[in-house]
Design a protein around this ligand. Structure first.
Ligand code: RUQ
Ligand code: CUA
Length: 678
């Protein structure tokens, strides 16, 4: 853990405890008061009567009332969990409190965001530019699967990775300040869906294609050469935890047959060192409705079985170290024949276009959901490794070993229609989303050799068309199992009409011991389509309150995670004019900018390094200036840079956009652009 985390962690935890303590002590139970004539008791009696009147008037059932009590957060009380969800094509990550289901922050990752100033300063613009495609900076992204960094198979709360399907990119969010620090682009993949999943100690962040192509962005082959020239890729991005960055030079991918790798999971416990991805389209369908070929959805659903890809990443790491990978567009790639010869890759049949593949907390079983099959198929790691050791397998057209289905299968459980994704709790239950049934199934994770121990227990209807589900720690080695959130795709009759584009509906589900398995709350989410989410106990997050400051030093660059070379303390503000280049070193604090009058000449190139010299928590200042597409958010202690050409003469007030003090309106300055002719 770096220094700035350690210095602030103590304060943060203490503050939370104090607030929690006061809340508990001040709680007033609304119960019928018995006798007594003092004011306090009669106030309680009044409240009880009022509570009953509200219940009657709003026609609330006992279920409604108890659900409300389970999720209500008195002001100042902290949630138990933070859930990080993707946002689909809004290109962000949302941090939502559980059980209150309130969104505390939308974290800009692939999309510029003016409130956070993301993509407007030179520093954050450079992060977006890391994700440029052939030099073209992209201003959106399709986020799907967030992954919190793990230590020993449990979320450690330090980093969050999020994949981006449209362009095959990954964003790295630092959970010490909830800000995006890096975007990487896989040069071999045009798009990807099978990420992010982390190995148990975040050695690697995994990603894979969903739609195979010719590996390498820009490489071409006609679609009719699909089977010959198109390939899949299962990639492992090396994570440098000290630096908090993914390292392309130490990453690698494994070339695979062109089956569409859909979703994956890293092995843990019993199967640590291995990785699993399931697939659809073992038919190698290529669509072509207008050419008389079957549409993709039909072509890719012909076979009764598709194929799970099983990869030994620990061994693959050694193969790369031994120099057996090739360099493909700056990314190390283990060719398919090498992967087969070295025993790195195996395929296992799995029923019909499956979707999720989810390793049980102990790593003994791998659960594959059927999507077009009402069952989940449970594979035994013990059996899979025995089948690998035994050899004598068949191979596919590309020479990749296909293990025998029956020899790897532990059992199957029939759950209902459209099973997609599975999560686990601490009581031995698994939960699987049923898209077509609009339900979540709760079933028991049984034992090896005892088929009767695997059983559907109950199903809970959700509204509607549930995709992923997220249980607290539900994909880790130690799930905590209190809450589950169903991420529902459709919400048609749940909320007031808002036009034809409807919100997603996140539903909180109680999975606590001794409590009914039921929904507690709806959270319409009107700004993006969350796919997957992960939920971490709140006390595992160690966030900072302000950026680091020392007696003689102020001005932090959160992206470099270091002192900003142009950060300045009060008293060192200046304007330097060098021909047509004007450089300003500015400080901001309640409630002024220094300097507050800047005059340049039309056509000058202006660079401003702006430092927020506040050290109080929440003392954020904004900075906007008309006509230059600039909106900054300067958190306490932060320095940011903007650069623009003063291309239009005139008088431009610049002002603070955060209501920072009673004199916030007065927090203004003038930027004057003298006409060149004057
Ligand atoms: S999957 S459509 Cu996570 Cu169910 Cu992306
Ligand atoms: Cu600073 Cu408003």
């Amino acid at each position: 853990m770096d220094k700035r985390l350690e210095t602030v962690t103590g304060q943060h935890v203490n503050r939370r405890k104090v607030i929690g303590g006061v809340g508990v002590a001040a709680a007033v139970p609304v119960v019928a008061a018995v006798g007594g004539l003092n004011r306090g008791v009669s106030a309680k009696q009044d409240l009880t009567a009022e509570a009953n009147a509200i219940i009657t008037e709003r026609e609330l059932s006992p279920e409604d009332v108890t659900a409300a009590l389970e999720t209500y957060m008195p002001s100042g009380r902290m949630d138990d969990y933070m859930m990080f969800t993707s946002s689909g094509h809004a290109g962000m990550v949302y941090a939502i409190g559980v059980p209150s289901m309130r969104n505390y922050k939308s974290i800009a990752v692939f999309t510029p965001e003016p409130w956070q100033g993301f993509g407007f300063s030179e520093e954050s613009r450079a992060v977006l530019e890391q994700g440029a495609i052939n030099g073209k900076v992209i201003h959106h992204g399709d986020t799907h699967h967030p992954a919190i960094s793990e230590t020993d198979g449990d979320y450690d709360g330090q980093y969050l990775f999020i994949n981006e399907k449209t362009h095959g990119r990954i964003g790295v969010v630092d959970l010490s300040d909830f800000a995006t620090k890096q975007i990487v682009k896989n040069p071999l993949l045009v798009s990807e869906h099978g990420g992010c999943f982390v190995t148990p100690n975040t050695e690697y962040v995994m990603e894979a294609d969903q739609y195979p192509g010719v590996l390498g962005v820009g490489n071409y082959a006609p679609i009719t050469e699909y089977e010959d020239k198109y390939r899949g890729l299962c990639a492992f991005w090396k994570f440098d935890r000290e630096k908090g960055r993914l390292v392309q030079e130490e990453s690698f991918g494994i070339e695979t047959p062109p089956i569409g790798h859909d979703l994956g999971d890293a092995g843990k416990g019993a199967c640590e060192g291995w990785a699993f991805w399931n697939s659809f389209n073992s038919e190698f369908a290529i669509g072509g409705i207008s050419e008389g070929r079957p549409p993709m959805e039909v072509g890719a659903s012909q076979n009764d079985m598709d194929l799970m890809t099983v990869i030994n990443w620990k061994k693959a790491e050694e193969v790369v170290a031994a120099g057996k990978a090739v360099d493909n567009m700056g990314f190390k790639m283990i060719p398919m024949d090498v992967a087969v010869a070295e025993g790195l890759m195996y395929l296992i049949p799995e029923p019909k276009s499956p979707h999720g593949v989810d390793v049980t907390p102990d790593g003994k079983f791998i659960v594959v959901a059927g999507k077009l099959d009402p069952h989940v198929s449970i594979y035994s790691w013990e059996k899979i490794s025995a089948a690998i050791d035994a050899g004598g397998w068949e191979t596919d057209n590309y020479g990749v070993p296909i293990l025998d289905f029956e020899s790897c299968l532990e059992t199957q459980v029939e759950l209902g229609l459209g099973p997609l994704h599975t999560q686990y709790d601490d009581k031995g239950y698994a939960y699987t989303s049923l898209f077509l049934d609009s339900a979540v199934a709760r079933w028991t994770v049984g034992e090896a050799g005892n088929p009767d121990s695997w059983k559907l227990v109950e199903k809970l209807p959700v509204s509607y068309n549930v995709g992923h589900i997220c249980a607290a720690g539900g994909d880790t080695a130690n799930p905590s199992g209190k809450y589950l959130v169903a991420l529902n795709k459709w919400s048609l009759d749940r909320f007031p009409p808002v036009g034809p584009l409807l919100p997603q509906n996140l539903q909180l589900v109680d999975i606590r011991e001794g409590k009914a398995f039921r929904t507690l709350a709806d959270m319409p989410l009107g700004y993006g389509e969350p796919h997957y989410a992960q939920m971490i106990p709140m006390d595992r997050l160690n966030t900072i309150d302000v950026y680091p400051q020392e007696d003689d030093r102020v001005g932090w660059d959160p992206i470099a995670n270091d002192w900003h070379p142009e950060g300045i303390a009060a008293g060192n503000e200046k304007i330097e004019i060098n021909g047509t280049d004007v450089t300003v070193w500015m400080t901001v604090m309640r409630s002024h900018f220094t300097p507050d009058t800047i005059e340049v000449t039309e056509g000058d190139t202006v660079t401003m390094h702006i430092t927020n010299i506040e050290n109080a928590m929440d003392a954020t200042h904004g900075f906007v200036i008309g006509g230059q597409d600039i909106s900054l958010s300067l958190e306490a202690g932060e320095t940011e840079t903007i650069k623009f050409v003063a291309d239009t003469p005139g008088v431009y007030p610049f002002y603070c956009t955060e209501f920072c003090s009673a004199l916030h309106i007065e927090m203004v300055g003038y930027f004057l652009v003298k006409p060149a002719s004057a």
